[in-house]
Design a binder for this molecule. Structure first.
Ligand code: HXC
Length: 520
């Protein structure tokens, strides 16, 4: 064997050993926990043969606590670039088999390197997290490493899409990197996120709680909204990330990929002409409207389990990616509350940052009232959604289906928030409030003074009819040019598609400023 051949043999041997991470027994332990390894995850995520690994031979530089005798090539993270459906992405996958995936300074350097490369190349960053947090032996160096990552998350925000998959533990300050990214996906039963674990919680507050109850996928997908997606297992999680990517562009200067469809733009749907119940207090399912108007009925929902009184997600219309925001009359009558406002605001801002037009479907009775909401700052949280819509410069097409009352009418992408094309169905009620509330305010004294119950009911009915006649229709708004047109429901798909087509070249600027001061 020549010297060169021997050196190549050594390289192959070292590479093979690096691919084993912390070794076969730790890989087996990972599998026993129903978890894949970092490399297995990447091979599911990326197109076959596309992975270009970087820094496979990097080792930590820590000498504390006997660490100088424990070295693994690549340390606790696998990093590099690859493609998903032919599109370039940069990736890092924490390797739990090496020191529990705990973050060393060198691991942070590896992660920062691919983040910098992603921003330079204008490609999404996907991080797969499975880590015991800061590497305890490295002390402040590990914390500095987190700081470097967080700063890059912040600088990359709104420049390239950032997606976090949580495939194992993600605890302590480590949770803040996913929290700074655009989307977080968790895997049920095998992943958890919390600032302080159950034992610390017990010693500080006395509260007894399991890891799952404190920060499992269900908790964050349903209660806190920290997770945008909860997958049944790792494979479903990887598929969800790939699907999400298919709706979003490479960066803030490019467009999302177009997906040709055989679904005709001119397709009408007679069922929409009978979807609104006669009784204004009776619900109907907004999902029926969404799937009726989008290409091939395919809707990719974000935050599916959180704040279900509003629906957000991606779809295609005439092959173009759109962000859908829709009130859901089936839950809490589609009212806007703190969580619904937060959820929709974040989604609207993502779409605006990444050139994805917004389609808003409105049926909203107002903001949720009461002490719980007021104490929780519904004012500030509602303002987030208002701000997000008002600031957004992407094409905005809005259709009011039924109720659109008061402040909630303004918030839900009204004309005055620089809505581009606003339509209403003939069943739309665009008013300060519903008839019942209005009659109570305007004729409360007269109704109270009337002692005969029959006459009282008749008076209330008469005034309600009067109010409905005057305000509870779309024509007041149409007469004043606050909506472009009253449209037949069955035509909603092609009216929206046509509007989006005409807005494809939309240009709109914001005043020059350092940055905004949205109501956080
Ligand atoms: C160094 C760590 C480690 C860490 C785990 N390991 N976490 N090594 N620093 N943070 C090592 C273990 O010693 C073990 O090494 C191997 O990884 C696997 O860990 P196990 O405990 O055997 O695995 P498991 O039973 O599955 O438990 C996983 C775990 C637990 C729940 C994550 O390891 C754990 O609680 N780790 C500490 C978590 C933590 O408190 N981290 C600091 C959070 S604060 P061997 O060699 O025995 O296999 C933080 C601050 C960030 O991160 C601030 C950012 C601003």
């Amino acid at each position: 064997m020549s010297i060169q051949e021997e050196k190549i043999r050594q390289l192959v041997e070292r590479r093979t050993s690096a691919r084993l991470g912390g070794g076969q027994s730790r890989i087996d332990a990972q599998h026993k926990k129903n978890k894949l390894t970092a490399r297995e995850r990447l091979s599911l995520l990326l197109d076959e043969g596309s992975f270009e690994e970087y820094d496979a031979f990097v080792q930590h530089r820590c000498t504390n606590f006997g660490m100088d005798s424990q070295h693994f090539d690549g340390d606790g993270v696998v990093t590099g670039q690859g493609t998903i459906d032919g599109r370039l992405v940069y990736v890092f996958a924490q390797d739990f088999t090496v020191s529990g995936g705990s973050l060393s300074k060198t691991m942070a350097e590896k992660i920062c390197k691919v983040m910098d490369m992603a921003v330079r190349a204008g490609a999404p960053i996907i991080g797969l997290n499975d880590s015991g947090g800061a590497r305890i032996q490295e002390g402040i160096d590990a914390l500095a490493g987190y700081g470097e990552i967080f700063e890059r998350n912040i600088l990359a925000s709104g420049v390239v899409p950032q997606i976090s998959g949580i495939f194992g533990p993600c605890a302590g300050g480590a949770v803040y990197s996913p929290a700074l990214t655009d989307f977080t996906l968790m895997v049920r039963d095998t992943s958890y996120m919390f600032l302080t674990g159950p034992s610390v919680v017990k010693s500080v507050t006395g509260e007894q709680v399991t890891q799952e109850e404190l920060g499992g996928a269900s908790v964050h997908a349903r209660k806190s909204g920290v997770a945008h997606f909860a997958a049944a297992d790792e494979r479903e999680g990887i598929d969800t990330i790939k699907k999400l990517l298919s709706f979003i562009p490479q960066n803030n200067l490019s467009e999302a990929p177009q997906v040709p469809t055989l679904d005709p733009v001119s397709r009408t749907d007679d069922l929409l002409n009978s979807i609104i119940p006669d009784n204004p207090n009776k619900p109907y399912d907004m999902y029926g409207v969404i799937t009726s108007i989008v290409d091939d009925g395919v809707f990719f929902e974000v935050h599916k389990e959180f704040a279900n009184n509003i629906i957000v997600g991606f779809a295609h219309m005439n092959g173009r990616s759109v962000g859908i925001v829709a009130n859901q009359p089936k839950l809490l009558a589609g009212v806007l509350d703190i969580n619904a406002s937060r959820k929709a605001a974040r989604f609207v801002r993502f779409c605006d940052a990444f050139n994805i037009p917004l389609v808003t479907l409105v049926d909203v009775p107002g903001f949720l009232c009461g002490t719980q909401q007021e104490y929780g700052a519904i004012i500030t949280n509602g303002a987030k959604l208002l701000y997000a819509y008002g600031e957004a410069t992407v094409p905005k097409v809005t259709v009011t289906l039924r109720k659109s009352y008061g402040g909630a009418h303004i918030v839900m992408s009204c004309k005055q928030l620089r809505g581009d094309v606003n339509y209403a169905w003939p069943t739309a009620n665009i008013a300060v409030m519903g008839a019942e509330g209005a009659v109570e305010v305007l004729y409360g004294k007269e109704l109270k003074a009337e002692t005969d119950p029959g006459k009282k009911a008749a008076l209330a009915e008469e005034k309600k009819n009067e109010y409905n006649e005057l305000f509870c229709n779309p024509y007041q708004a149409a007469q004043k040019g606050y909506i472009e047109d009253v449209i037949e429901p069955r035509n909603t798909r092609f009216r929206i598609c046509r509007a989006l087509e005409s807005l494809a070249g939309k240009r709109q600027e914001l005043p020059a400023k350092k940055h905004d001061n949205l109501p956080l």
